[in-house]
Design a protein around this ligand. Sequence first.
Ligand SMILES: Nc1ncnc2c1ncn2[C@@H]1O[C@H](COP(=O)(O)OP(=O)(O)O)[C@@H](O)[C@H]1O
Ligand SMILES: C[C@@](O)(CCOP(=O)(O)O)CC(=O)O
Ligand SMILES: [Mg+2]
Length: 305
Amino acid sequence: MITCSAPGKVYLFGEHAVVYGENAICCAVELRTKVSVEKSDEIIIESILGRTRLDHDTHPYVSYVIEKMRQFVDIPGVRIVIESELPVGSGLGSSAAVTVASIQALNHLYECGLSLEDIAKTGHEIEKMVQGNASPTDTYVSTMGGVVMIPQRKKLELINCPIVVGNTHKFSSTKQLVGNVSKLRSDFPSVVEPILSNIGQISILAEKLVAEGDYETIGKLMNINQGLLDAIGVGCAELSSLVYAARDNGAISAKITGAGGGGCMVALTREDNAEAIAKAIENAGGEAIITKNTAEGVRLESLHG
Ligand SMILES: Nc1ncnc2c1ncn2[C@@H]1O[C@H](COP(=O)(O)OP(=O)(O)O)[C@@H](O)[C@H]1O
Ligand SMILES: C[C@@](O)(CCOP(=O)(O)O)CC(=O)O
Ligand SMILES: [Mg+2]
């Protein structure tokens, strides 16, 4: 049995706008999805979502991974077992992590020789197939780790303050939220396009601040980004409540991460107040996770057992 893992991510800036070619800055976090694979007589996919064969309803990402990998190698049967620390459908890039870890696990099992660039590219094609429209961000960051500026795919300095995630536990589907923003943009192009472009400008300003480790100014820009995400309709009462709980208790910044509509928010904090902010998020009805940026993308965990 071969096991690979890939990290989730939070967006410091730029979700949704990045789908339209604007800049974004995204940060891999130390929450991982593990995928174990072994050859078998039939195709079996096991996860928290169920035990299926190739199944584009229950396991769309992994089913497409198998179909894509069949372009490189004959896969008569394989057993794939998924274990994840990432909540499903919550803005932390669980879809990208399961996709990237599955590609790398099959890459090792069948000795396909795919490079990290090939894995990120194949992962992006799969996210596009499932979501309808997808940026390369999540799959690239999950493959490469670190902090990445998109679309340049440029690695920036690591973020070295605590990252507190607040989960609303309200389910959100990236496909649906990306579709909603697309409709709003075509209904009101003269209003929505400048908002998306302003979100992109924030990332351009922030690049230098990340290099300098100027988290106070990064935080102010993240808070502006949050307002613009609300403006394009991807906020909700539960997310706002966690965002304000974090800010009111001294977070450097707090905003939605990922598709929004539910799912998670992210706060940057100081070393000495991460716990207090996590508590404030819990008191406001969310589940808090204290995590940090990781430099490590997809990796081989073990070859046996
Ligand atoms: N642990 C998992 N096992 C199997 N599939 C998963 C797992 N985690 C995520 N997925 C897939 O990713 C989808 C959620 O992706 P998405 O809506 O993009 O949300 P996000 O990437 O923000 O978590 C799930 O519906 C499922 O298809
Ligand atoms: C909304 C979007 O910018 C990010 C979605 O992230 P997530 O699937 O919610 O973790 C879509 C994309 O970049 O493909
Ligand atoms: Mg996703």
